[in-house]
Design a protein around this ligand. Structure first.
Ligand code: SF4
Length: 492
């Protein structure tokens, strides 16, 4: 099993003079940052002196992840693949979210190519405060015509600045595209069949100082290793592995993905320590062809193809695909893929939290309701999204629950009277409203008494689901407010 690197292993090779030039208080603190990949060796100027050259080399070796990080695209807009260190997210974290590419066929008209490229560049949707986007264009040489391929590339480059994967098995097409490409491309693919010619051409381009990353493609892992070895011997080092996506049996594909990743991370097999590329697009066209079991039952083959493609993409995201290429661009297909990617690549060491405090929703005034939620970002964005949709106007108090959702924070003791009191004092909400009523989420009912006791405010338990808050307020808020005022007037 590959050995995990500790901060102490790194520290031993640092200068150990605590000069603080790296911005850290000590060499040990810098070692911890390096281990967490929150700093780079360049930040230590002392390591650049000839005296530390050997140590620097050892550190570079020590810090290189078992799965090489490979990038392509522009310096300021890269698609990054790989760079992973662990099999399971909870062991550390996953670093580089799977890059998602959408294909463009060079058989499309110029107008269609431009439109699709622009769509890929501009597409995003927002979830928990993060913009989820597509990462690259996979230009397919479906025509097998080098002329058309190059023209399609030119159109893409004229209208967008998105990283491009040049997808063709035709050596001439790739060679000519390499002459006009303006960014570092990913070349798909070197196969067992075109290996000698494609490699010869790539080696000569390398000599001309062309920079590119290359996908090696074979369903046989031994063969893949041989191809890696040969590529490295020619100085072609930015490699990506395509162990074939077989839509007829996606389990076989996933087995190969797992085998490669396990060999790289757990057995330290350097020849397999490269990012993996998955092709859900194969599933799309397999289903679309109708020449498969699904075609017998589903009439709308394009919809079935997109659904099956999304399923294959999600399975690959769960099984170490560092990059995928898809075809479908329907929002209902992209949303689950991008959402799952976000969930997998969220750093488990960092709570997903927003700033606690007071958030006015709409244009609240002194009579508006005060609602108290948690600072778990998924809760926060769901609540504010629901309120916005339903036209809710209120003062939203966001409690620091260390990024935990309401039920978890109630059970863990973070959603409690003490924290509510602190929040009320810090936000001075009492100066903004002429009542002392807080509406709690339904799941916070067990701590109602504690919050009332510690804050002196009246707590009303609202709905469990924030989508029902608008309706709840329309029906009840005026009554709640009047009853509270009547109670104050009567002195009870
Ligand atoms: S700059 Fe280098 S030598 Fe100085 S404290 Fe940082 S790690 Fe240590």
């Amino acid at each position: 099993m590959a050995k995990k690197i500790s901060a102490m292993d790194i520290y031993k090779l640092l200068p150990k003079i605590n000069c603080k030039k790296c911005g850290e208080s000590s060499c040990m603190a810098f070692a911890t940052k390096l281990q967490e990949r929150k700093a780079s060796l360049d930040q230590c100027p002392v390591l650049k002196s000839p005296k530390f050259e050997k140590n620097r080399k050892k550190l570079e070796e020590l810090l290189s992840p078992p799965v090489k990080e490979v990038w392509f695209g522009y310096k300021d807009r890269k698609a990054i693949l790989g760079g992973e260190e662990v099999m399971y997210r909870y062991e550390l974290t996953f670093f580089n979210p799977t890059a998602i590419g959408v294909d463009i066929s060079d058989k499309l008209s110029e107008e269609e190519i431009r439109r699709r490229a622009k769509f890929i560049e501009d597409f995003f949707f927002e979830r928990t405060g993060e913009k989820l986007k597509l990462d690259f264009i996979a230009l397919r040489n479906a025509s097998d015509d080098p002329e058309r391929f190059v023209r399609a590339l030119e159109i893409i480059q004229e209208s967008t600045k998105v990283p491009v994967a040049l997808c063709s098995l035709n050596v001439e097409s790739i060679e000519r595209a390499l002459d006009v490409v303006k960014s570092k491309p990913l070349i798909y693919a070197v196969t067992e069949q075109n290996f000698p010619e494609m490699m010869k051409m790539l080696i000569s381009k390398k000599k001309d100082k062309k920079d590119f990353a290359v996908v090696l493609s074979s369903s046989n892992i031994k063969t893949l290793k041989g191809m890696v070895k040969a590529s490295l011997s020619h100085g072609i080092e930015d490699l990506v592995l395509d162990p074939h996506t077989t839509p007829e049996n996606i389990m076989d594909t996933l087995d190969r993905f797992v085998m490669i990743r396990r060999s790289a991370i757990e057995r330290g097999d350097k020849l397999l320590g490269y990012p993996i590329l998955g092709l859900p697009i194969n599933t799309y066209f397999y289903v679309l062809s109708g020449n498969n079991p699904i075609g017998q039952f589903v009439k709308e083959l394009d919809k079935a193809a997109a659904i099956m493609e999304a399923s294959a993409a999600c399975a690959m995201l769960n099984r170490y695909a560092d990059g995928i290429i898809i075809h479908g661009t329907e929002i209902w297909e992209l949303m689950p893929i991008l959402t799952l990617r976000q969930a997998i690549y969220t750093d488990p060491r960092k709570p997903q939290a927003v700033e606690p405090g007071l958030y006015p929703i709409g244009n609240p005034d002194e009579n508006s309701p005060v609602i108290m939620t948690t600072n778990f970002s998924l809760t926060f964005y769901t609540v504010t999204g629901d309120f916005e949709k339903d036209g809710v106007t209120c003062w939203l108090l966001v409690m620091d629950t260390e990024g935990k959702a309401v039920d978890v924070a109630v059970a863990g003791g973070q959603y409690c009277g003490e924290n509510a009191k602190k929040l009320i004092e810090e936000t001075k909400i009492g100066e903004k409203v002429n009542h002392r009523i807080i509406i709690l989420p339904g799941l916070a009912a067990p701590v109602r008494g504690d919050i009332e006791e510690k804050t002196g405010w009246t707590c009303v338990v609202g709905t469990r689901d924030s989508s029902q808050v608008g309706e709840f307020l329309r029906k009840n808020w005026n009554r709640i407010l009047e009853e509270w005022r009547a109670k104050q007037g009567s002195g009870n």
